[in-house]
Design a protein. Structure first.
Length: 246
């Protein structure tokens, strides 16, 4: 039987990297060479080293989480992206971050940012996630070490709910204290990151490999899969069992 060890989940790794950037420690390292993970890790390392120019190629998750991170700081920043990424929808996140004090000017494939840091003296704002739950995730992942309690509303979460749940679970495991009720999220002040969770193997890849193995009658052992996963893809184990796959 062939044994395979999978690389880390992109979705989890990007969330863990964002949170870890709020510690003084070095960022966690991952085996995965997925573009999203590599680019976000490099961007956050550049930020830790005092840099202000970031090239993140085509990663939508990378852009959204990095925008949230930069919006917490005072300064001038530039993010260069691919032509395709520059055409994808980000306006709802831009609008929310603008209300917090981030000015965003797009010039071709570059976003020029002027950030004042989050303004805590503001009315309750709403982030519309009808296009992507990543907009809400970008806010919550960057709500550590706030000087005052912070609240926002989330609306339009019609899809990708499992990724929003993943964000909340990872934030809680890193010591972010917050409540969510009827779309309102209330975050406590001064929540410092005491640790970051381990990153699980990518269960999307696991599902594909397991399905191929089952169809081809070619037994395979996938190592280190979590019993209780934050990834919605873990449902594939039950699905294959219901189909009679050992």
């Amino acid at each position: 039987m062939r044994e395979l060890e999978l690389a880390e989940s992109k979705s989890m790794a990007n969330r863990i990297l964002t949170i870890a950037s709020y510690r003084n420690h070095a960022l966690p390292e991952f085996k995965s060479q997925a573009e999203d993970i590599v680019d976000l890790s490099q961007a956050l390392t550049t930020l830790k080293n005092g840099g202000s120019y970031f090239n993140i190629r085509g990663g939508g998750t990378t852009l959204r989480f990095l925008l949230g991170r930069l919006s917490r700081l005072e300064g001038e920043f530039t993010i260069e992206v691919s032509a395709r990424l520059s055409e994808r929808p980000h306006e709802e996140l831009f609008n929310f971050l603008s209300a917090l004090g981030l000015s965003i000017h797009q010039q071709g494939n570059k976003y020029h940012l002027h950030s004042l840091g989050w303004s805590m003296d503001r009315d309750l704002a709403t982030v519309n996630c009808s296009q992507s739950s990543q907009f809400a995730s970008a806010i919550l992942l960057n709500a550590f070490a706030l000087p005052k309690p912070f609240s926002f509303r989330v609306q339009g979460l019609r899809s990708s709910l499992s990724y929003w749940e993943m964000t909340k679970n990872i934030c809680r495991s890193a010591n972010l204290r917050f409540t969510e009720q009827d779309g309102r999220v209330d975050v406590q002040a001064q929540c410092l990151v005491d640790s970051v969770p381990d990153c699980e193997p990518d269960l999307s890849s696991a599902f594909s490999l397991a399905a191929i193995a089952a169809i081809g009658n070619n037994p395979v052992c996938l190592r280190n899969l979590p019993k209780n996963s934050m990834q919605a893809d873990v449902i594939f184990i039950k699905l294959l069992q219901q189909m009679g796959v050992e």
